[in-house]
Design a protein around this ligand. Structure first.
Ligand SMILES: Cc1cc2nc3c(=O)[nH]c(=O)nc-3n(C[C@H](O)[C@H](O)[C@H](O)COP(=O)(O)O)c2cc1C
Length: 375
């Protein structure tokens, strides 16, 4: 069976290894546009050795932004900056991916380091978020979303399609649709947030309609030979996962029928229920998703040990591993992981590799780090 440092081919795209930089919002954009922050950030992730770098959740519409600092793809003005990121990633030997998202009822907040709360309604830049139903995440919260009309729904779906076209024009080769984390798509699926009584609410088929139609519509414009993937929150940890998981498996069968190639197995976060954090939290769930749906899978959440990551791939529980915070800490973690696994170093850019391979004495390799779970 292939391991973490074997290549992975999906459609016409081959990753040099099975480590992916998981999408990570930076909240450093202005009006959705790339700023000086982004290029060095994504260049570092790609030079560090990951096979795939997925650019952070990029809003398909201004009202779909989590914060005012989200990257956006709602106009052609966004394409040039995004293209520079895609080029930097592929110049460094990684495949350039991007996550397209709409934050739904979780839109319009401050960045986490400013509290992550909804923007005050007196803030001239605040807006009323859109959601399947007028149900806020926190019952007593004044930040009540507006229930979407059918026109709003179709508009949001078209926004995903338009963003996918721009991503293609910008040079991205891999799309991840953000169908997790309680954002718009997940909030259609979850009964915690969807109380509609029309074609987009009620039965599972209706609650899944937004997702299924969106995948079908994006697939029509996204080339058949490029990977179309989605992150779906298959578990909610809300005491109802005996329902959530089977429902998610059914939804994934429908998404696969519409042309989804791979699922990034994630968490729903439709409620504030605590998550029972543990190393490799979703790896076995991803394996079940792969077994039942036949979809290619990946997952993230506390996969921090090289041996665990390699085993998850070798046991065919996932096809690739998404890594987030480890790579913020050390974008060269893939090189360290290769050393730990004794499988040789991933290719480094020549201006780094020359000195590391030809000069002596060499500094001692960095010791493996001990991971601390988040509080
Ligand atoms: C700074 C930061 C920003 C994130 N932004 C996103 C995002 O844009 N989209 C997304 O789906 N997940 C996002 N996440 C979640 C990560 O992609 C990942 O699933 C999570 O951090 C678990 O992986 P880890 O244990 O390797 O950090 C973010 C996480 C971090 C730390």
């Amino acid at each position: 069976m292939p391991g973490l440092f074997d290549s992975f081919t999906l459609k016409q795209i081959t990753l040099r290894n099975r480590i992916a930089a998981s999408p990570m919002c930076q909240y450093q954009a202005k009006d959705g546009l790339v700023t000086d922050w982004h290029l060095p950030h994504y260049t570092a992730l790609a030079r560090g050795g990951a096979g795939l770098v997925v650019v952070e959740a990029t809003a398909v519409s201004p009202e779909g932004r989590i914060t005012l600092g989200d990257l956006g793809f709602w106009s052609d003005a966004h394409t040039a900056g995004a293209a520079a990121i895609a080029k930097a990633i592929s110049d460094a030997g990684a495949v350039a991916g991007i996550q397209l998202g709409h934050a739904g009822r979780k839109a319009g907040c401050t960045p986490p380091w400013e509290g992550g709360a909804p923007l005050a309604s007196s803030d001239p830049e605040a807006w009323q978020p859109l959601a399947p139903s007028a149900v806020p995440l926190i019952a007593e919260q004044p930040h009540v979303p507006r229930a979407m009309s059918l026109e709003d729904i179709h508009r949001a779906q078209q926004d995903f399609v338009d963003a996918a076209c721009r991503a293609l024009a910008a040079g991205f080769k891999w799309i991840e649709l953000h169908f997790a984390h309680g954002f718009l798509a997940q909030s259609f699926l979850s009964t915690h947030s969807n109380q509609r009584d029309d074609a987009y609410g009620g039965s599972l088929e209706n609650r899944a309609r937004f997702l299924v139609e969106t995948v079908a519509a994006v697939r029509r414009v996204w080339p058949a030979d490029l990977p179309l993937t989605a992150r779906l929150g298959v578990l909610e940890f809300d005491g109802q996962d005996d329902v959530n998981l089977p429902e998610s498996l059914q939804v994934l069968e429908w998404l696969k029928a519409e042309g989804l190639d791979l699922v990034d197995v994630g968490i729903g976060f439709s409620t504030l229920s605590p998550v029972p954090w543990a190393p490799n939290l979703l790896v076995d769930t991803a394996a079940e998703v792969a077994r039942v749906t036949g979809l290619k899978t990946t997952t993230s959440w506390l996969i921090t040990d090289a041996t665990d990551a390699d085993r998850a791939v070798r046991e065919h529980k996932v096809d690739l591993v998404m890594v987030a915070r480890r790579l913020l800490d050390n974008p060269h973690w893939p090189r360290q992981a290769a050393r730990e696994l004794g499988v040789g170093d991933p290719v480094l850019p020549t201006p780094y590799a020359y000195w590391l391979e030809n000069w002596s004495p060499q500094p001692a390799p960095i010791a493996p780090e001990t991971f601390k779970e988040p509080a």
